[in-house]
Design a protein around this ligand. Structure first.
Ligand code: AMP
Length: 214
């Protein structure tokens, strides 16, 4: 299986791009944040365990996160590969992922780092509406022009962790805990940096090239 990691700050466009690329390339799209939000909606054991971390913009403990993600990877079927969106987010998660994949003769084949300047990240997150059904994202200008999600008709909402205060904390957590992964993967020779600014389609084209130029 072809294992791809999408790395980037909150608001870099990982989710949007992973959904499009996964569909184009018949890959699975596994978004740790989406899996946590679904568990919270279901109010199951995992959801109750992680709720406060998400509300506060803090990372869920590595062990809980790794167990959930590895279980999902093991369940994958009939796909050419997987895009990990939002995982790993710490050096320890990356090390555990390597070990787990290595146990099956696999590895992280490609890391796509979607680079966006901090001011642009803040602007995007504070103006973000998300579809409850398919997780597509829109701006408030989009929202004014439509009743519900253009892709699936789902209801649009603003994530409770997209408030200015929590956005600041999430970005600080990103720079402290996750940004070191850029150098980590650069050293393994798997990292490709892609400019995440500009039109969505343009970014998609750059990412597709980064993934297929093996
Ligand atoms: P996201 O949708 O990727 O922005 O993730 C939303 C929230 O889920 C984060 O702020 C964390 O609380 C939690 N989360 C998602 N992925 C991870 C991860 N790999 N490690 C720890 N916490 C995570």
């Amino acid at each position: 299986m072809y294992n791809v990691v999408f790395l980037g700050a909150p608001g870099a466009g990982k989710g949007t791009q992973a959904a499009v690329i996964a569909e184009k390339m018949n890959m699975a799209h596994l978004a740790s944040g989406d899996l946590f939000r679904k568990a919270i909606e279901r109010d199951d054991d995992l959801g109750r365990q992680v709720k406060t971390y998400l509300e506060n913009g803090q990372l869920v403990p590595d062990e809980v996160t790794v167990n959930m993600v590895l279980k999902r990877i093991a369940e994958l079927d009939d796909v050419t590969g997987v895009i990990l969106d939002g995982f790993p987010r710490t050096l320890s998660q990356a090390a555990t992922l390597n070990l787990a994949l290595g146990g099956h003769g696999e590895k992280v084949d490609r890391v796509v780092y979607i680079a966006v300047p901090e001011a642009e990240l803040e602007r995007r997150l504070s103006d973000r509406w998300v579809c409850r059904g398919c997780q597509a994202t829109y701006t408030s200008a989009d929202k004014e022009a439509m009743e519900s999600c253009r892709k699936c008709g789902g209801e649009l909402y603003q994530r409770p962790d997209d408030t200015p205060e929590t956005v600041k904390r999430r970005l600080a957590v990103y720079f402290r805990e996750t940004a070191p992964l850029i150098d980590y993967y650069r050293q393994t020779g798997t990292l490709v940096e892609v400019d995440g600014q500009g039109e969505v389609d343009g970014v998609t084209a750059r990412i597709a090239r980064a993934i297929t130029n093996r």
